[in-house]
Write a protein that binds this ligand. Structure first.
Ligand SMILES: [Zn+2]
Length: 207
């Protein structure tokens, strides 16, 4: 979906203060409360806003690490989607280079890292561990500036296709949500991953 100036203004306010009320957002953007409400619904359904949550101070992370892996390109997509289910995995980035997948993981203690890596490698023998580092200090961990958000495209969590239709099929997974282009993709996703998911709720097919 394409963002207009009003969307950007709303996001700008909410990125600074996610708890701002509709009235406050309206006041700060010069928009009416119904407009803000309508735009927020669109931004949420369009997948631009993933949710509202608390941001912990980087100092409160007891330990985190970066793991770089080399995954056969043909298996990359499947592996990345699968590893994203691990609770300890905070982010999964496909990258250029020999190590084509980077994982950000949260650890209760840095000593857990070798076991975590060994666990991944034993379950996925095609994957090669390139290197990993313990994060010693976080100097900055922020969302990209709103000026960098040009256009977002909602991608189906099963087939990877762009969700072009106005209808987004949703599924609640743990604390997050998966989105699909069609009913079939959602059913296939449930069939494929239900064994691995502890909390799975069929939300609805929103118009
Ligand atoms: Zn799909």
């Amino acid at each position: 979906m394409t963002l207009d100036e009003k969307d950007r203004a709303i996001l700008d306010v909410l990125l600074r203060d996610g708890r701002a009320s509709l009235r406050k957002v309206a006041l700060l953007t010069g928009l009416s409360t119904p407009t803000v409400s309508q735009k927020l619904t669109r931004l949420t359904q369009g997948g631009v806003i993933k949710g509202f949550s608390v941001r912990l101070s980087a100092d409160s992370y007891s330990g985190s690490a970066i793991i770089r892996l080399a995954v056969p390109p043909a298996k990359l997509d499947e592996f990345a989607r699968s590893i994203a289910f691990e609770e300890a995995v905070c982010y999964v980035l496909a990258t250029t280079g020999e190590a084509n997948l980077m994982l950000g993981v949260a650890l209760a203690h840095p000593k857990e890292l070798p076991d975590l890596i060994a666990g991944i490698l034993s379950r996925f023998p095609n994957v090669k561990h390139i290197d990993s580092e313990i994060v010693t200090r976080v100097y900055k961990d922020e969302h990209p500036p709103i000026s960098a958000v040009a256009e977002t495209r909602l991608v189906c969590d099963l087939c990877g296709g762009i969700v072009t239709s106005k209808r987004v099929y949703r599924l609640k997974v743990g604390h997050g949500e998966r989105r699909f282009c069609c009913k079939t993709c959602r059913s296939q996703y449930i069939a494929k991953y239900s064994g691995r998911l502890t909390k799975l709720t069929d939300v609805s097919n929103l118009p």
